[in-house]
Ligand binder design. Structure first.
Ligand code: ADE
Length: 427
């Protein structure tokens, strides 16, 4: 080990209830049959024996199920928070009791968050599982200062769109030092986690934070990627009038043909009761928007980083700020308008809600577990690049999901197979 973890200074004391945490993890595991199938095989085969794994994830019941599955596979596993506000303290208490070093306390300071990342580095891991690419970025920055890891890692995996965007930038700039598997773009991940997972959990977060109705109200969704599609569709399903804002023409057309109004943010905020940002970019809602925003508008972010709503602008323009509810800050403008910011502009679905539904994360985290196993076997001989999840793993997770649902597939007949191979002009 490179550094002793007990030298960390900013870390608040763990505060959770380990028994409550155990029940939460037990519930998650009972609804994660695909990950459990992998776990049973890992227990028998111990693919992670003698391997140190550093995980930077939202520390809650589903990520705990993943961490414990890797530990059951012989791994020396530790985990830190990928966001200061998304931790479930009960789960942390349970993990600590299960011998899994965990660096996360809900609401921790940025200094404590960074120390968690440092601890993940200090463990000198063979493998990284990252959500947002902060840990990989830390490794590369240290390497540039001549203070990098002592050995070449077998690889890392990345969970989310924002992380993949950063990793691709590192790849383009020739900075990557090991193979990275882009779990985010696996079919069995983005089609379900990004769309239906974000759709449901974002509404969960908004409802928990506000206890307000969305039916009959106007909701603006900024960004019509997979996450935006999910949020827009679920808001519409709950009876909201949904407006989409976009910077990409084709996505804007797609949103329009899906039946949504497409507008510029500057126009949309004049009628918005809710604005949800899911773009992966910064300053999506900023001073010019706050100046004309409707009184009582609720702002929520479901993008990975808390940069989508420019709170500095809002602080500068407002004359007063107070806590309206546990997860809602009320900003009062000079003309009396009130603007509500949910979960400090951090991921509302995990900060105020419970994150994506368990069954959805079962697929994502089974892909993570299988991708980590793939890197243990193949990582040494893979050049440093961003790789897709091997299609055989995507297929394995799809088939396991079908088994779990009790659904069966049709199979092509021999005549159908031949037809699909033929190309001659018919008679
Ligand atoms: N729960 C755990 N990790 C998550 C993620 N990346 N997104 C949503 N919910 C989660």
């Amino acid at each position: 080990m490179r550094g002793a973890v007990n030298t960390l200074t900013s870390r608040p004391k763990p505060v959770g209830d380990p028994e409550a945490g155990a029940r939460k993890v037990e519930w998650a595991r009972a609804h994660m049959p695909i990950l459990e199938e992998a776990r049973r095989r890992f227990e028998a085969e111990k693919p992670f024996r003698d391997r140190r794994l550093s995980l930077v994830l939202h520390v809650e019941a589903k990520t705990a199920a993943l961490a414990l599955a890797l530990q059951a596979g012989g791994g020396d596993v530790r985990m830190a928070a990928s966001n200061p506000l998304t931790t479930d303290d009960d789960v942390v208490a349970h993990l600590l009791g299960s011998g899994l070093e965990t660096y996360a306390v809900k609401g921790e300071s940025i200094a404590a968050y960074r120390e968690g990342l440092e601890a993940m580095f200090a463990a000198d891991p063979h493998l990284i599982i990252d959500d947002g690419a902060d840990l990989v970025a830390l490794f590369l920055q240290k390497e540039e200062r001549g203070d990098g890891p002592t050995h070449r890692l077998l690889g890392s995996t990345e969970e989310t769109t924002t992380g993949v965007v950063r990793l691709r930038a590192m790849e383009r700039q020739g900075k990557l030092r090991w193979p990275v598997i882009d779990v985010n773009d696996a079919v069995m991940k983005h089609l379900f986690d990004n769309r239906y997972g974000t759709g449901q959990s974002t509404l969960d977060g908004i409802f928990t934070a506000t206890n307000l109705v969305v039916a009959g109200r106007t909701a603006v969704v900024a960004g019509y990627g997979w996450c935006g599609k999910g949020v827009a569709s679920r808001l519409r399903g709950m009876g909201a009038n949904v407006i989409v804002t976009e910077i990409d023409a084709a996505k804007a057309v797609e949103a329009r043909l899906e039946g949504f109004r497409v507008m510029r943010m500057l126009d949309a905020v004049r009628e918005a009761d809710f604005v949800v940002t899911v773009t992966g970019c910064r300053d999506v809602v900023r001073a010019e928007h706050f100046k004309v925003m409707k009184d009582g508008c609720c702002l929520a972010n479901s993008g990975h980083f808390d940069v989508e709503i420019n709170l500095e602008d809002l602080k500068g323009l407002s004359v007063d700020r107070r806590k309206a509810r546990a997860m809602v800050d009320e900003y009062r403008m000079a003309d009396g308008r009130r603007i509500y910011v949910l979960a400090e502009g951090r991921l509302v679905n995990l900060s105020a809600g419970q994150g994506h539904p368990v069954e959805i994360m079962d697929m994502s985290f089974a892909l993570q577990a299988l991708s980590a196993e793939h890197l243990v076997k193949e990582g040494e001989r893979l050049p440093p690049k961003v790789y897709p999840v091997p299609p055989s793993l995507d297929e394995a997770v799809a088939r396991a999901a079908l088994r779990a649902y009790g659904a069966e597939l049709d199979e092509l007949t021999e005549v159908q197979k031949k037809y699909l191979e033929s190309w001659e002009v018919g008679t």
